[in-house]
Design a protein. Structure first.
Length: 401
């Protein structure tokens, strides 16, 4: 149990799901503002896992599960990437028998166990008055669950896919697309040198923003996204045409990991599911690359065109945050504190139409945030529409949810 004089109250903060640049700046913003307002801040380690793993014993060593945050601690990491609190994909309401903490093994013996009661007791043990989870729709969906149980929750949206409803922007998205554009442009030198078709696979399970926005910025000739099942023959035809008209004789396509061939389904690396029911995606880029090469001869006078196939993966989510992912987390953290100081809870801080705001947290579970194909994706040309930008937000199509 943390020691020290109790001030106005205690705030718990955690990061869940995948890491992205901008998490540490958000933790820093919350902590510094909270301390200066007279609050104590406790960082939960390893996301929701920390709240099911701790032992309710004042004498127990709990360094692996939580820590008291200070200005000194957060200032050391406030400009760095990743999350110094660490993260996990733990879902306390759905914990497998093998993942139940050792000290709870005799209590929870089902194949899947609901440890929400442990979370609630642990929050009470720590004296947490407000809880700030930072995460995507999976992590925050459990925050919605706790809010319905009476926990005072203020959520901060984070995901490189930018697919949390209720906000135009999620921490990590700008750095992701900045890196994607940079890396694709770097790979152009190899594609051009060998006169090949460059196939780039990026993250994006259900939403295609991470493929569509870089393509709109000029990083690729074409892109395929989860929201529209594409014909590989049509994609190949377009890429061969793009290569033919390019003086350097190459073309580029960005492929969302959740993209699907017409008549097909998502491509998975393995059958194992995480706590939120998701199987690990990966491999659609490999299949696109192989089939484009095989089909290219149809549109190139019978001669096949070689491809370069690259999965960007974690390279776009590691390292330090860019400018936007340094500024927005600072603002989101301060928005969260404003809500706490105003005795508000059950809210998601947001950025809508260029303005910071907050919305009810249950928007996270009420709708899915995906690309509106009719408005933003030219399905015939397999690329974004380049028109009607008036009054759109910074990232064009991210306000629809």
């Amino acid at each position: 149990m943390p020691q020290g004089k109790r001030k106005k109250g205690t705030i718990g903060i955690l990061t869940g799901g995948g890491d992205v640049p901008g998490l540490n700046p958000a933790i820093r913003a919350v902590t510094i503002r909270a301390i200066r307002e007279g609050w104590q801040v406790i960082g939960m380690r390893n996301g929701w896992k920390g709240l099911i793993s701790m032992v309710r014993d004042k004498k127990a060593h709990q360094e692996d599960h939580f820590q008291i945050l200070t200005e000194e601690v957060v200032n050391k990491v406030g400009r760095t990437g990743g999350t110094f609190l660490h993260t996990s994909r733990t879902r306390p309401s759905h914990v497998s028998r093998d993942d139940v903490p050792e000290h709870l093994q005799d209590t929870y013996r089902d194949r899947v166990n609901d440890l929400t009661s442990e979370v609630l007791q642990n929050l009470d043990f720590l004296g947490i008055d407000y809880l700030i989870p930072i995460g995507g729709d999976d992590t925050l969906s459990y925050g919605v669950h706790l809010a319905k149980k009476g926990v005072k929750v203020i959520a901060i949206p984070k995901t490189m896919d930018n697919d949390v409803p209720g906000t135009d922007y999620c921490i990590g998205f700008s750095t992701c697309i900045t890196r994607t554009i940079e890396m694709v442009n770097n790979l152009r030198t190899t594609a051009g040198s060998h006169e090949r078709i460059l196939v780039i696979e990026v993250f994006g399970r259900y939403a295609g923003f991470t493929a569509l926005i870089p393509a709109m910025a000029g990083a690729a000739n074409r892109c395929v996204i989860p929201e529209y099942k594409f014909k590989i023959e049509r994609l190949t035809e377009l890429l061969v045409q793009d290569r033919f008209t390019n003086p350097s004789k190459y073309s580029v396509v960005i492929v969302s990991e959740g993209a699907m061939f017409e008549g097909g389904e998502m491509v998975f690396m393995k059958d194992e599911q995480d706590a939120y029911g998701h199987r690990k995606l990966g491999g659609i880029g490999d299949q696109v690359s192989e089939q484009v090469k095989e089909l290219s001869g149809r549109f190139n006078k019978g001669k096949k065109i070689n491809t370069i196939n690259q999965r960007l993966g974690y390279l776009v989510r590691c390292g330090n945050p860019d400018a936007i992912d340094s500024i927005v987390p600072m603002a989101f953290g301060n928005l969260a504190l404003n809500l706490i100081l105003n005795n508000s809870s059950g809210r998601l801080v947001s950025l809508r139409n260029g303005r910071y705001d907050d919305v009810p947290i249950d928007v996270v579970t009420s709708v899915k945030k995906v690309v509106d194909v009719e408005k933003y994706y030219n399905a015939e040309r397999l690329r974004p529409y380049y028109e009607s930008f008036e009054s759109k937000p910074l990232f064009i199509m991210t306000s629809d949810y």
